[in-house]
Design a protein around this ligand. Structure first.
Ligand code: HAM
Length: 414
């Protein structure tokens, strides 16, 4: 189906390897995993992301279920994590909590390179603190994660939107400035001007960007003293951690829940869809979804784009350890029994299920990345031996059948 992809064999292994690396990094920062459902009530996203955002207005996969409820395939996970934080009472049991997730998200976008209808995110949400040090830590975590995954040459852009009052001042300022320049905006931005004016700042259209830049110096103009100081502390903390970033005064991000710090990480290799990941602070979402006032901050990386940005694919874990290549049914039965015994001890073995020739079986062993092949032909069966072939050195030696398992264990455990 357009905008979706199967992940096969090697590619699935690459993803698993990257996910394992991410888990290790998240563990070091004290994050615990959360898995939320792929479907949610549509109202969750409408309330959290905001009407007038592209995601809510144009990109949600929404359907009415048999009980006449409006259901949406999650387009992102922040709203779901906050809902889960409240519904499962983490808010009272833990107060402050650090959660990470990995999984598929769904947006009905026009597919193109790096833009899918089902894509995957790895993300974190730290809920329950207003501290600017948390923002810096989350951005540093994102940078550390990218480093550990092997992404080089990325660029982190940061900005601050301020508190809700600042956002209102920002919207008012923008409205006043743009009201005489409406003709220079694209049709979408004319609608955004009426419905959700901050979204004009997200427009990718060059003429809209130029109009905005001419009349508006960026969100910094509208920050109150407290938000300006919060942002200063974030920047100083990042400087202290030696995290490279650039200031991007027009970065507001396409979701309404953001307040104060917002950020995005881009990579030249990606072309038009150049954001590998993004995030920010959302101090009003917990309250907006019915909880107490709690600050929160997080980010999500797009897995597909992260893989596209890699210079080198990760070193994959070893493939099959031992492949049994056999000639006839008696030989096969013997191999089958030994393989099952080794597997019971956690040693990965494989054999043929299609009646292939010995040569074809050796090719399968190669394709599966087997370290060793155990060959059982007529002679071996007669002499009660197996021929063990080291697939990289091509050395072969005959092993008595009764010593074979012990020898494999010895090599394997070594
Ligand atoms: P987002 O910017 O909408 O933020 O998405 C984060 C990342 O997901 C993007 O930078 C991109 O790599 C990937 N992504 C988004 N849409 C697609 C698509 N159609 N195809 C492929 N990749 C895509 C969020 O989702 C926020 N929830 C991030 C966040 C977490 N903010 C705070 N906490």
């Amino acid at each position: 189906m357009r905008g979706t992809r199967d992940l096969l064999l090697k590619e699935a292994k690459i993803w698993t390897t990257l996910e394992a690396k991410a888990r290790a990094v998240f563990g070091a920062f004290g994050y615990m995993e959360i898995r939320t459902p792929v479907i949610e009530e549509s109202s969750l996203f409408i309330r959290s992301l905001g009407e007038g955002t592209d995601i809510v207005d144009k990109q949600m996969f929404t359907f009415i279920d048999r009980g006449e409820r409006s259901i949406t395939l999650r387009p992102e996970a922040t709203a779901s994590v906050v809902r889960a934080y409240l519904e499962n009472n983490l808010v009272n049991e833990m107060g402050f909590v650090k959660l990470f997730y990995m999984g598929p998200m769904f947006r009905a976008e026009r597919p193109q390179a790096g833009r899918m209808r089902q894509f995957h995110q790895i993300g974190v949400e730290a809920i329950g603190s207003q501290s600017p040090h948390l923002d810096a830590e989350v951005i540093a975590l994102m940078a550390g994660l990218l480093d550990s995954l092997g992404v080089n040459g990325y660029n982190i852009k940061i900005n601050s939107l301020g508190c809700p009052k600042d956002k209102i001042a920002l919207a008012d300022g923008l409205r006043a400035a743009l009201s005489n320049n409406l003709d220079s905006l694209c049709d979408d931005c004319k609608v955004r001007f009426e419905k959700n004016i901050l979204r004009v700042l997200d427009c990718k259209n060059e003429s809209c960007r130029n109009s905005v830049r001419k009349i508006f110096k960026g969100t910094g103009e509208c920050l109150c003293a407290e938000c300006a100081s919060h942002f200063d502390t974030v920047k100083k903390a990042l400087d202290g951690l030696k995290v490279n970033y650039t200031l991007e005064p027009y970065l507001v991000r396409g979701l309404d829940y953001y307040t104060k710090t917002t950020f995005e990480v881009t990579h030249k290799k990606l072309g038009a869809q150049d954001a590998i990941g993004a995030g920010g602070r959302y101090d009003n979402l917990v309250e907006g979804l019915g909880g107490p006032a709690k600050g929160a901050c997080g980010f999500a990386l797009g897995m597909e784009r992260t893989v596209m940005a890699l210079d080198e694919l990760p070193v994959l874990p070893e493939g099959i350890y031992l492949y049994f290549a056999t000639m006839g049914p008696d030989e096969y039965r013997l191999a089958f029994n030994i393989a099952m015994e080794l597997r019971a001890q956690g040693i990965s073995c494989e054999l043929d299920y299609e009646g292939k020739s010995l040569k074809a079986q050796m090719r399968s062993a190669d394709r599966l990345g087997a370290k060793y092949t155990a060959i059982i032909g007529e002679d071996e069966l007669k002499n009660h031996t197996l021929t063990l072939r080291n697939m990289s050195t091509k050395e072969q030696r005959a092993l008595p059948e009764h010593e074979f398992i012990a020898e494999i264990e010895r090599i394997f455990v070594k």
